[in-house]
Design a protein around this ligand. Structure first.
Ligand code: ATP
Length: 351
């Protein structure tokens, strides 16, 4: 278990992070410049926070009160960046073996061979980084960062420079390796929500130097608790709430003159109300007695697997996603339509 609370001022930017991460993969999502890389640097010991504590499996790596600060080489941290960072003058084997200095030659060669097999690069041991593809280089970098069996593995957008297909195969490698050979904590920084969902159990949302939401991946991605969290996890429809009241087991909210019923959530006084574009129902006739608004189709965009519609309805612009791809034929720009917001799909949000 990793326990983190740290503050550092990079005036005008302030890092004020507090979170925990268990064994397994925790993804970090957040907009550009929110402090993801600076947090990883503090965890690796490359940057020293002004205040706080970092405790890994009961070992204190940093404590500002106790004046504890472990250097990077004392921390058993593996780091994998976007840009491979292999040593160009060393071969694949030498790169992978880099962190094993001081061990007997036979042990080193045995462990390197095991890793070459794991990353499916047997036969590549004598090649230099310049003779590898991007995906192969990143697999070597992954092996190099894990061969020392670090307690904490920091992955900073490791696949973002690679094309979709290679990305998929590296993701599989990563999951296989972490599932079978790695028993530590992995923090995985990515901008890709789908990727975060596929690889991790838990998700942390960062914004402006702070953690704004954390939890099980499904909860964080399905139920963002604030407008900013909704933006980060790609919830397209977020509307301001002007008033709200409890009615039976539901909450009724007023947004831009529309009254919507929402299944009761922990947030009793919502400031915003949101719904995923694929949870909105688009129909030709009125489909429900409540949460059903009349509108007009103002935009239709064709994607590979879906159609995206923008519907204008009394002061709101609502995004609707249709993955069936049959529906386009039913709709033209300017068509009148009805939108239904199922009450259990509406999300109440704080500021
Ligand atoms: N050494 C530094 N001194 C002062 N400010 C810094 C320093 N390094 C980064 N910053 C600022 O701190 C903020 C957070 O930077 P950081 O690199 O952690 O962002 P990030 O979340 O990793 O972004 P991205 O997704 O674009 O990589 C940014 O506004 C950046 O300009």
């Amino acid at each position: 278990m990793l326990e983190v609370s740290l503050k550092k001022s990079y005036s005008p930017f302030h890092l004020n992070m507090s979170f925990e991460a268990d064994k397994g993969i925790t993804s970090i999502l957040g907009p550009s410049g929110c402090g993801k890389s600076l947090t990883l640097q503090a965890l690796a010991g490359i940057a020293k926070p002004d205040e706080g504590r970092i405790v890994m499996n009961g070992q204190t790596w940093f404590d500002s009160h106790e004046r504890v600060f472990w250097k990077p080489q004392q921390r058993q941290v593996g780091f994998l960046f976007q840009n491979y960072a292999l040593f160009p003058h060393l071969t694949v084997s030498q790169n992978i073996a880099y962190g094993l200095k001081g061990l007997p030659k036979s042990t080193v060669s045995e462990r390197v061979n095991t890793w070459l097999k794991t990353i499916r690069l047997e036969g590549f041991e004598k090649r230099y980084p310049s003779q590898l593809s991007g995906g192969q280089s990143q697999r070597v970098a992954l092996a190099r960062s894990m061969i020392t069996e670090p307690q904490l593995l920091l992955l900073d957008e490791p696949f973002s420079a690679l094309d979709q297909q290679i990305r998929g195969s590296l993701e599989e490698d990563l999951l296989r390796v972490i599932g079978s050979e790695f028993h530590g904590v992995v923090l995985f920084v990515t901008h890709n929500i789908e990727e975060a969902y596929r690889v991790s159990d838990k998700i942390l949302l960062f914004n402006d130097g702070k953690v704004i939401q954390s939890g099980e991946r499904r909860d964080v991605l399905r139920i963002p608790q604030s407008k900013k969290a909704a933006e980060i996890v790609g919830c397209e429809n977020v509307f301001p709430v002007t008033s709200s009241k409890e009615i039976g087991n539901d909450t009724e909210v007023e947004s831009v003159g529309h009254f919507l019923q929402v299944s009761r959530t922990k947030i009793s006084r919502p400031v915003y109300i949101g719904i995923r574009s694929y949870d909105v129902l688009l129909t030709k006739s009125k489909d429900a007695s409540f949460n059903c608004l009349e509108g007009t189709v103002v935009q239709i965009v064709e994607g590979v697997n879906n159609y995206s519609f923008t519907i204008s309805t009394g002061g709101l612009e609502v995004k609707v996603e249709d993955f069936m791809k049959g529906s386009k034929t039913n709709w033209e720009l300017g068509d009148d339509c009805f939108l239904t917001f199922p009450k259990d799909k509406l999300i109440c949000m704080e500021e």
